[in-house]
Ligand binder design. Structure first.
Ligand SMILES: [Zn+2]
Length: 893
């Protein structure tokens, strides 16, 4: 949707304009809107019948003009405005003109017809617009044949729904009313306050005025929604009234929301306790969206989710149940960081997303400690490090130079790196001190906006820290990259000391400059006579050291104690051997940090594949499933890119089989009564790896049994999907698709349009995505572009099947032939994802070159393509460089 979005200049440039450029003011603002016209409040009224293709609206905005002017600027896209009236400060109404000054960007000018003095004016717009087909603005979706209209405004899509100052810095109250067919239901951010007949089968519902919100948090929906009975979240020390809570779903589905409704109060209480600040809105609705671009959206008081996250029952996959809790905690955390205190501008989206991610982990650790959110934090950070090792990585606070920077800001750097960096500085100042800083930050900026300085200053003040601390914190916000801490043990004056040297971590083959300095809180665990101790030091120069008092001699070191730091480390050979011997005694988070250090050394070219296999082996013994399975990713890379002969591949498969098959067989292939969800998750992780990646015959036989049973038709002609263990449905169908071929593919393609249950749909999509036969793979890719596959589901059919050059070549030529259809079905969010969809998994310079040749001329087709192209190309080149360095003979285990 590039063509509707506004190109933006450098933030610094935009900020420096402000009042100054307003005077000459006839240029279309290319950056932020000028600051001399500021909205004070909105009244937005809509007439919506989801069965139609268009809707109509009336928007009334009170605006404060700081200076006399004959026009003003705001945002609007695809709106057909029939009338604009401006009422001046004296109360006199004038006809005004709506000019689409930059339709491509969605910037409009309103000409008043004469110069109005500074003061408060009121603008009123009457318009019609299409119900959007790409899941943004006010968009249309269909569930079980019935149409619905709902909204997704973030980041810059409110302009498709109503004329507005569509930037996060403009927060005002909103009055929302909706005229809709009598038989339907409307929901919005706040409680409904009235419902009146509007004649000829229509009614008008009005909602309570909101507290100040930015446009991107405005939300509403119209359709035959099914709503749960209203539950109440009890008052507490921070909120005096019970909070009404409802679940909203497509017709007939609300009964499946009882699980999420039962979990939500504990999340709200945990957040209120942490922030010392009550949930501020007048109600909380959670809505299961029939089709949705993101995972979920934190609209104030009306939080929307992909339906599979909310529609749960006893047969739901354990992955969905756990995901539901984590995502709900994330979105509800936003009600404080994001909704109550809002980022001032998009370069600080981390103030929303990193904090919601960090807080979600805190809430999960408190309410569901068995979900091991502490390990999610470490794994999330390590996932972000792979991306952050690219020269083309974003920084957490990436300057906004265009719409692509807004669209691609919702990535692992913002979320997981951001959360890890927050956790690192929380660990450094202490969690109580950090909480004190957060209280002050929320209190100072509630119902307003904030930027990074506000946050960092609040924490520094609470901790009694000065510029060094602020500088260290910001060194992780304002520059990209992962710090690499190379360590060596020394004896100095009779004391054991670990010397530290920092640089930027760059993998083998990178063209980046490794000289970069952060302020890193480094904490080291080391061996003592009676166990271990931790010593910490702020490393804010290229080199430093940390004394290890009481260290045994010889000792061992884990240079990232509790995996609390966002950095990678290396040890020399003898120290790595010493740590490998101790690894089972480390905490689970530290064992994950150890695994990452092995991977970092391998990708740096310091360890060969054989050494990696040996060093990772002890982790497979862990009782903790996330630790035991941590080696799988690296193993798979070695399997596909290092092993050249069947014998070498067999050696790796044997390693995997010895490590994991007994564990899978002990779990069995069916759920056991009362088993932990961790067991259910481990079963599905192992079954997928052993059955589909390594193709162990004994595992495939079990999965095939379930897949064949699921493909049997019931008497009504529908597939018997319930015959498979719900945790294994996708993998079981995947093995069936690989074994039976066309009959299985045809059966799944016929079944999908008849199935509304999102978990069953995901299982079927997973099965189809495992297809291997080239002709059938082509059939599945074509199916991905057809109507029965929702826009939000399309990518799940196109991502996989990239292990071999032949598979990637087939995907590549299909992508070339269908590019315009893919682009047309892709929402504005996904532009940055297109290059990865086309060339992801590539591992040769030829693949990097063809990707560049294809996308360079198309770089403006969607916002975000430039960054996606740079990152995918670099990943392919690094894979090629690492592959070239390998000696398959090192695989001797
Ligand atoms: Zn979020």
């Amino acid at each position: 949707m590039r063509r509707h979005l506004r190109p933006l200049l450098l933030t610094a440039l935009a900020a420096s304009c402000g009042m100054a450029f307003a005077a000459s003011a006839d240029q279309v603002p290319a950056g932020r809107l000028p600051a001399w016209a500021v909205p004070q409040s909105y009244r937005i009224a809509f007439k919506v019948d989801p069965a139609q293709t268009d809707f109509s609206g009336t928007t009334t905005i009170k605006v404060k003009l700081a200076q006399a002017s004959d026009h003003m600027w705001l945002d609007g896209a695809e709106l057909k405005v029939s009338k604009v009236t401006v009422t001046d400060a004296a109360g006199k109404a004038h006809d005004a003109k709506y000019v689409e000054a930059d339709p491509k960007a969605g910037v409009v000018r309103v000409d008043f017809g004469s110069t109005l003095p500074a003061g408060e004016i009121t603008l009123k717009f009457d318009y019609t617009a299409p119900l959007n087909a790409q899941l943004q603005g006010l968009y249309k979706v269909t569930a079980k044949g019935q149409p619905y209209a709902m909204t997704q405004m973030e980041p810059i899509s409110a302009r498709f729904a109503f004329p507005s100052f569509d930037e996060p810095g403009f927060k005002t109250p909103f009055d929302i009313s909706i005229t809709l067919p009598d038989s339907q239901v409307a929901v919005a951010n706040t409680q409904q306050v009235s419902e009146k007949p509007a004649g000829q089968g229509w009614k008008t519902v009005t909602f309570a005025q909101t507290l100040p919100l930015p446009t991107y948090l405005v939300a509403f929906g119209v359709g035959p929604w099914d709503i749960t009975p209203t539950a109440e979240i009890s008052p507490d020390a921070y909120r005096s009234k019970p909070l009404p809570l409802r679940g909203i779903a497509a017709a007939g589905e609300a009964h499946r929301m009882s699980h999420v409704i039962s979990e939500t109060p504990s999340i709200i209480h945990a957040l209120e306790n942490y922030y010392g600040f009550g949930y501020p809105w007048d109600k909380l609705d959670v809505l299961a969206a029939p089709d949705f671009s993101a995972g979920a959206m934190e609209n104030a008081g009306l939080v929307t989710f992909r339906d599979w996250l909310l529609l749960l029952d006893k047969d739901s996959p354990a992955r969905n149940v756990r995901g539901s809790f984590n995502v709900t905690a994330h979105e509800l955390a936003h009600q404080w960081t994001g909704d109550t205190v809002t980022l001032a501008w998009w370069n600080d989206i981390w103030l929303n997303e990193a904090f919601a991610t960090w807080m979600q982990e805190k809430v999960t650790e408190e309410v569901h400690p068995e979900y091991r959110a502490d390990l999610d934090r470490v794994r999330g950070a390590q996932g972000a490090m792979a991306n952050d090792s690219l020269v083309s990585a974003r920084s957490i606070r990436q300057p906004i130079t265009g719409n692509g920077d807004i669209m691609t800001a919702f990535d692992g750097i913002t979320y997981q790196k951001g959360a890890s960096v927050i956790g690192m500085f929380e660990n450094y100042v202490g969690d109580k001190t950090f909480q004190k800083g957060m209280h002050a930050y929320i209190e100072a900026h509630k119902f307003g906006n904030a930027d990074a300085d506000d946050l960092v200053n609040a924490i520094a003040t609470a901790a009694g820290k000065g510029d060094d601390f602020k500088h260290a914190f910001k060194s992780f916000l304002d520059q990209s990259g992962v710090p690499y801490v190379q360590t060596a043990l020394e004896q100095k004056n009779g004391q054991t000391v670990l010397t530290l040297k920092q640089s930027r971590y760059l993998p083998l083959g990178s063209r980046g400059d490794s000289q970069r300095i952060w302020g890193i809180p480094v904490c080291v665990r080391y061996g003592t006579a009676d166990g271990s101790k931790v010593a910490c030091e702020m490393l804010d120069k290229a080199t430093g050291s940390v004394a290890l008092p009481g260290a045994s001699n010889p000792t061992w070191v884990m240079p990232n104690a509790n995996a609390a730091g966002y950095y990678r480390f290396s040890l020399d050979k003898s120290e790595l051997d010493a740590l490998t011997k101790e690894v089972a005694k480390l905490s689970d988070t530290e064992q994950l940090a150890y695994a990452d250090a092995i991977n970092a050394s391998f990708e740096h070219g310091d360890l060969d594949a054989g050494q990696v296999l040996a060093a990772l082996k002890p982790l497979t013994e862990s009782k903790t499933s996330q630790v035991a399975t941590a080696p799988l990713g690296q193993l798979e890379w070695i399997y596909h890119h290092v092993a050249k002969t069947d014998a070498q591949r067999a050696r790796i498969a044997d390693w995997v089989k010895a490590a994991y098959l007994p564990r899978l067989e002990a779990l069995g292939y069916q759920r056991k009564a009362g088993e932990s969800d961790d067991d259910s998750l481990l079963r599905s992780t192992l079954a997928a790896a052993l059955g589909l990646d390594y193709k162990l015959p004994e595992v495939r036989a079990e999965l095939l049994k379930q897949g064949e049973a699921a493909l049997q038709k019931n008497t009504d002609g529908r597939l018997n999907l319930a015959a498979a263990n719900p945790d294994l449905l996708g993998d079981a169908l995947g093995v069936a698709v690989q074994t039976q071929g066309k009959s299985a593919v045809d059966a799944l393609i016929a079944e999908l349009p008849q199935t509304s249950d999102p978990a069953s749909r995901n299982g079927m999509l997973g099965g189809l995505a495992s297809v291997e036969d080239p002709a059938l793979a082509e059939q599945v890719r074509d199916f991905a572009l057809s109507k029965p596959v929702k826009v939000g589901e399309m990518a799940s059919l196109l991502r996989s099947g990239r292990d071999t050059q032949a598979q990637r070549d087939a995907m590549w030529s299909w992508f070339n032939g269908h590019y315009s259809q893919i682009l047309a079905r892709t929402g504005s969010f996904a532009g940055g994802f297109l290059p990865m969809l086309a060339g992801g998994g590539g591992c040769s310079t030829g693949e990097a070159q063809r990707l560049q040749a294809f996308f360079q001329p198309r770089i403006n087709d969607a916002a975000g393509i430039a960054r996606g192209l740079a990152q995918t190309t670099e990943s392919i080149e690094l894979c090629a460089a690492l592959t070239a360095k390998q000696d398959p003979a090192s695989i001797t285990h």
